[in-house]
Structures are given as structure tokens and as C-alpha cells.
Design a protein around this ligand. Structure first.
Ligand code: CA
Length: 641
């Protein structure tokens, strides 16, 4: 027995191939996952069209009950398949078929501790989780560390954003998935804070393959995970930092056996279409409850984005209700400090006024809490069930149908439980929920029927806060359809038509983009509830055709297609609403870009496009299928079928 143990020390886990693994392939046969045990260490390999895209990488975890990553052997395997169909009106497709082949590999150690690696492999997607039965009399487990790793091909490049330090930033509210991206950076690029990177993460291999890593099916019974820094050629699953949530709650998840871990997914393709179009975060989950009222997608205005805290008063909110009504929008978002500057009586009167105009209010809350220093009210309403339910009853009684809850404490299981508690209570009072200052939603669009949005991105507010974000606005916009917004809905709160980002349109930061670019982002950035960064002055100072476009733009989609693009450079995406296609493109290159409209665009399609960052124009598509987009500019073609 000495020799194999010695070898495992010098080689490390999963370094060499010892035996052929047990393999499961996608229905189209292109994607294959092999599981094997290498000197007692469970490992896996992924190939696409016979080429390795994830080299031999570790599986397993260590818990307070046993080590499930070493001294293991395969005890059993079970094959199956899944063929299901579901509908959704909140994500990039409305009618979804999911076909996958499954393989469960049960592993056992010499003491009889057992766990099963569960695989689902669909065309272009691999999903992996662990199923853990009771361990004899032991029914409670702490998972200390996960070995699950990803060995990307050498010389791949990465598109990743760092996990921040805990308890930094505005009122010590981070991490909140609001960091800059490393774009097309070398494999192994160090994270900004030394804590690795957040999901989702995109990789491009030297052979032209694309891989998108994320996770789904995370609820109050596990933590949110992220990706470690690069060690020995591997990125590994990492759990939250002890310091998150001001140190409250454990970093290691605690589970009740039998249990399954969240699904970790890898979307694999030789082009970007399967990355943009994937539905894997929702294919793997089921709704956790039913609601008596359907979630209400819609458009809204919000004064806070341009008029800031000073606009949280009765008169300015009334102005924005009138503005929403003028635009034909469904919602007005009343942001932070309303408890101090408007009061509950004022909100009740505003709700009545809004109702008289056919507009709903979305009301802001802080999640806090004993995990940050937030003063903006209301505070301490959403973190405790008795007060929360009383608040929600009041909201329901005055006709409020949605809330925005901000400033969460990170990715610990305790925080995941708070997200779920808020969603569950809100569902009981027929209230939809948007999260800001939050984690990445992980399958929540389908798991929680009244979940309608999450920030988890450097969103529109940063364009107000700093010129740097305006200067890189186009570059950032070309990333999201391929990364953040490919994995989950994204409440960005954008589409500015002000040239200067302040209340008077005469000061503050300077927008670098064309109006056509801003219109295009209303299509590129997908969320069923969109609060647009328009202002009442735009009715008279913005191009009339831009306002016409923004009045008619939908927020729900039946289909999404990748047309063209490269993350960090340019993006052209098509989305279909009913019988109408919207093809939107933006260009962050330093030179004009010419793209070809797809065949399904009719000659009578209307195209809104930037002649320059200063001039919006429109034309019919006609016979000319080419469209040229200047730097920092964009276009949208609207084509009825
Ligand atoms: Ca934010």
C-alpha cells in the first residue's frame, strides 16, 4: 500500500490518468464527462467533440463527519435521462425544453461514508452536485471545504470579476458583486482582493472554445459559493469569508441529511451563442412555492438615479408618477429615505395618486440588520419576521405590489436564508421583490415566482458616481450579455437620455455614449422589471424618436439569440417579444464596426441608430443588411414578422 500513497503525495490529486472513467454524454453526443477515482481521489474530465475542455479536476468535499475527497472508491453508478418542458416570462426565453442525460456515481470510503456525484449533461451544459445520505446515526453535517475544481486549458483567457473584501465600501455593505471585470486576461490573473472571483466566470480557450461557470439552486439551506484564486492550474469552489455579514453566521454551510449541494454548471461551446442563450440556471430547478398572483413585469421611472436623495419628497415623487404615466409605464420606484422625508401617510397618498394614474409604486427598504452601517431608511424592517410581515401587510393594504430591498451582507447561508425569507413572506402578501446591493441570483427567477430582479453588477448608479464608469460604459455593456446577464436577470436601472448625469442635465458626469446606445441597452440588459434612468426633462430635451422607442420597449422575451460580438469589444443580441424581433447592438471598439443584420429582419424593420454619439437617426432596414456602429454607439432594429 505504500507505493500508491507515495504517488498521490508527489503527483497530487487527479494529476495523472490511472484508469478510464465512467462517462456520460450529452444527447447530441458532443459533450462528455468522465468520472474516475485517482489514488482514492474522485476526479472528472470534460471533452467537447473529443477535445479536452476541463482537464482532470478534483471532486469531493471535507466535512465534520468525514472526508469525502480521499480514500474513496466507486460503489455504484446509475444512468438516466431527463426530458422536461417549462415556461417562464422573466428570463431570456419563455418556452423551454430541457433534455439531458444523467449519471450518478456513488463513492464510498473504507468507513462506509457514502456520497453520490450527480451529473446532468445537456447539449452545451454540464451540471454537477453532491447528494449526501444520512451517515448512520448522523443527520447534521458542516461542509468545511469543497475540492470541486476546474482545470481550464493552458493559455486560456478569463473574463472574471473579483470577490471583494468583506465589510468595505459604502457603509461597509460589501461584498455585493459590484467590481470591475478582468477582460480577456491571462489564466491565473490574480484577483483584486485575494479572495478569488464571483460567479459567473467566462473562459476562452486557445482552440476557440468558450466556457461559462456558474451555480444554481442555492437557497436558504446552503451558502453562495465563488471561485478561488488560481492554484496549481486549478480554480476551486470557495465558500464565503468569515468576515462577511459582520462576522455573523458561519462561513461553512450546515446541512440536514439527506441533502444535495447546489448545482455547479459549466456551459461549453465552440461559439458564443450557447453562452448567451443558455437556460441551464433554470433548467435544474423547480418553483419552491405557488403564488396567488402572477409576478408583474414592467417598466418604471425612478427619481433617485438622477435627482438623488434630495428628490425623495412627496412633490418630486408625484412628478415622477406623472412622468411614468406619460411614458405609459407601469411603475415608479420610490427609493431610500422615504420613511423620513415622505412618511407612511405620504406613501399612502402617493399610492392613491399613482393608482389614479394607472401606475404602481415600488417601495425601497434596506435589508439591515446587524451587518452594515446603513442609515438610509427604512432600516430594520426586512430582517425580522414579525416586523417584516406587518410591513408587508401595510404595503398590501395600500396597493403596493413590489419592493426593492438593498444592502445585503454577502453569500453566507444566513444571508441566503434572509433572501428566501423575504421572498416567501412577500409572496404571501402578493408582493414582487427586486434585490440590490446583493448576490448573484442562483436560479431564483424560477425557484421564487415573485422574484423579479437583482443588481449584482456595477449598475447605472456608478455612471453618476464617477466619470471613470462613464468612460468605460460601452466596454462594460459588451460584457453583460455574455457573462452576468447570461446567468441571471440583471436590474441595471439604465438607459439615460441626459447628456450630463445630474438633475439639471447641466453638470455632474458626462455621458460618452450615443442615445442609440442607451436605447440598445434597454434590450441588451434583460430584467422583467426595468427601472429606466430617464428624467422628465427628456420629454422635451431628448430626441422625440428616443422617447417613442422608450415608450414602446418591452421587458419580457420569448426568445433570445446571439447574433455577433466579443465580450469587451461589441455585442449584438436579438430578442423576440411576441411576433416582434428587437436586434440591439453596441460598439466599444475604438473604430466603427459594421455588422450584418440577420435574415429574419424584414425590409420594413425600423432601425434606431447613432450616426455619432451626438446624433440619433432612424431608417428602414431595406435591402441594405449592413449597419455601421461608431465607437460608443449603438442601434436597435425592430422587425414585426
Ligand atoms: Ca448598488
Amino acid at each position: 500500500m505504500l507505493k500508491p500513497i507515495f504517488m498521490s503525495i508527489i503527483m497530487g490529486a487527479c494529476a495523472t490518468s490511472v484508469a478510464a472513467g465512467v462517462t456520460v454524454k450529452s444527447p447530441d453526443g458532443k459533450l462528455a464527462v468522465s468520472t474516475e477515482v485517482n489514488d482514492g481521489h474522485p476526479c472528472y474530465t470534460i471533452t467537447f467533440n473529443g477535445k479536452e475542455v476541463i482537464g482532470k479536476s478534483p471532486l469531493g468535499f471535507r466535512s465534520n463527519v468525514a472526508d469525502f475527497s480521499s480514500m474513496m472508491s466507486i460503489a455504484d453508478t446509475l444512468r438516466g435521462s431527463i426530458d422536461k418542458h417549462y415556461t417562464q416570462d422573466k428570463i431570456k426565453h419563455s418556452d423551454i425544453a430541457y433534455k439531458a442525460n444523467t449519471l450518478a456515481v456513488t463513492l464510498q470510503n473504507r468507513q462506509g461514508n457514502e456520497m453520490t456525484v450527480e451529473w446532468q449533461v445537456s447539449d452545451n451544459n454540464v451540471a454537477l452536485r453532491y447528494a449526501i445520505p444520512r451517515q448512520g446515526d448522523t443527520g447534521a453535517m458542516i461542509v468545511h471545504e469543497e475540492m470541486t475544481g476546474y482545470r481550464l486549458p493552458e493559455n486560456s483567457t478569463v473574463f472574471m470579476t473579483s470577490q471583494s473584501d468583506p465589510m468595505i465600501g459604502w457603509k461597509r455593505t460589501k461584498p455585493s458583486y459590484e467590481e470591475i471585470y478582468h477582460i480577456d486576461a491571462p489564466l491565473g490573473t490574480s484577483s483584486d482582493y485575494g479572495h478569488g472571483f464571483t460567479f459567473p466566470a467566462l473562459f476562452h480557450t486557445p482552440e476557440g472554445m468558450w466556457l461559462l461557470l456558474t451555480e444554481t439552486d442555492v437557497d436558504g439551506y446552503y451558502c453562495g459559493s465563488h471561485i478561488s484564486d488560481f492554484h496549481d492550474g486549478i480554480y476551486s469552489i470557495a465558500y464565503p469569508m468569515e468576515g462577511e455579514n459582520n462576522g455573523n453566521g458561519s462561513a461553512a454551510p450546515g446541512i440536514s441529511l439527506p441533502a444535495t449541494t447546489p448545482w455547479r454548471t459549466i456551459t461549453v461551446a465552440d461559439n458564443l451563442a450557447p453562452i448567451v442563450e443558455t437556460t441551464i440556471p433554470w433548467d435544474l430547478v423547480e418553483p419552491r412555492y405557488e403564488t396567488s398572483r402572477e409576478a408583474a413585469p414592467g417598466r418604471g421611472t425612478w427619481s433617485w438615479i438622477l435627482w438623488q436623495d434630495g428628490s425623495i419628497n412627496f412633490d418630486d415623487q408625484k412628478t415622477y408618477i406623472d412622468f411614468a404615466a406619460e411614458m405609459g409605464y407601469e411603475n415608479v420606484l420610490v427609493d431610500n429615505w422615504w420613511d423620513t422625508y415622505i412618511g407612511k401617510d405620504g406613501i399612502e397618498r402617493l399610492a392613491q395618486y399613482a393608482a389614479s394614474k394607472g401606475v404602481n409604486l415600488i417601495i425601497w427598504y434596506s435589508s439591515s440588520g446587524h451587518w452594515n452601517d446603513i442609515e438610509q431608511g427604512p432600516v430594520n424592517k426586512m430582517d425580522r419576521p414579525i416586523v417584516r410581515k406587518k410591513e408587508m401587510k401595510w404595503l398590501h393594504d395600500i396597493g403596493v405590489k413590489a419592493i426593492k430591498v438593498d444592502f445585503f451582507g454577502g453569500d453566507k447561508q444566513e444571508t441566503m436564508r434572509l433572501y428566501e425569507d423575504i421572498l416567501s413572506d412577500a409572496a404571501d402578501y402578493c408582493i414582487d421583490v427586486v434585490f440590490h446591493g446583493c448576490t448573484l441570483p442562483r436560479g431564483w427567477e424560477r425557484m421564487y415566482p415573485n422574484f423579479v430582479g437583482a443588481e449584482a453588477v456595477l449598475a447605472s448608479e456608478n455612471l453618476i458616481f464617477g466619470q471613470y464608469h462613464c468612460d468605460i460604459e460601452a466596454t462594460s455593456a459588451t460584457l453583460h450579455p455574455f457573462i452576468r446577464n447570461a446567468a441571471a436577470i440583471m436590474e441595471y436601472g439604465g438607459s439615460f437620455l441626459n447628456r450630463r448625469l445630474n438633475r439639471g442635465n447641466d453638470g455632474g458626469t458626462i455621458r460618452r455614449t450615443g442615445d442609440g446606445f442607451e436605447l440598445a441597452t434597454a434590450i441588451l440588459f434583460q430584467n422583467p422589471v426595468q427601472n429606466f434612468a430617464l428624467a422628465p426633462n427628456n420629454l422635451t430635451d431628448a430626441p422625440a424618436e428616443a422617447i417613442e422607442f422608450m415608450k414602446s420597449v418591452p421587458t419580457t422575451w420569448d426568445e433570445t439569440r446571439y447574433i455577433d460580438g466579443y465580450p469587451g469589444k461589441y455585442a449584438v443580441i436579438a430578442r423576440r417579444h411576441g411576433d416582434t424581433w428587437y436586434i440591439a447592438g453596441v460598439n466599444a471598439l475604438e473604430k466603427p464596426l459594421t455588422v450584418t443584420l440577420p435574415d429574419f429582419i424584414k425590409p420594413d424593420a425600423k432601425i434606431y441608430f447613432d450616426k455619432s454619439t451626438k446624433e440619433l437617426a432612424t431608417r428602414k432596414a431595406g435591402k441594405n443588411r449592413k449597419i455601421t456602429i461608431p465607437t460608443n454607439c449603438g442601434f436597435t432594429a425592430i422587425s414585426r414578422q
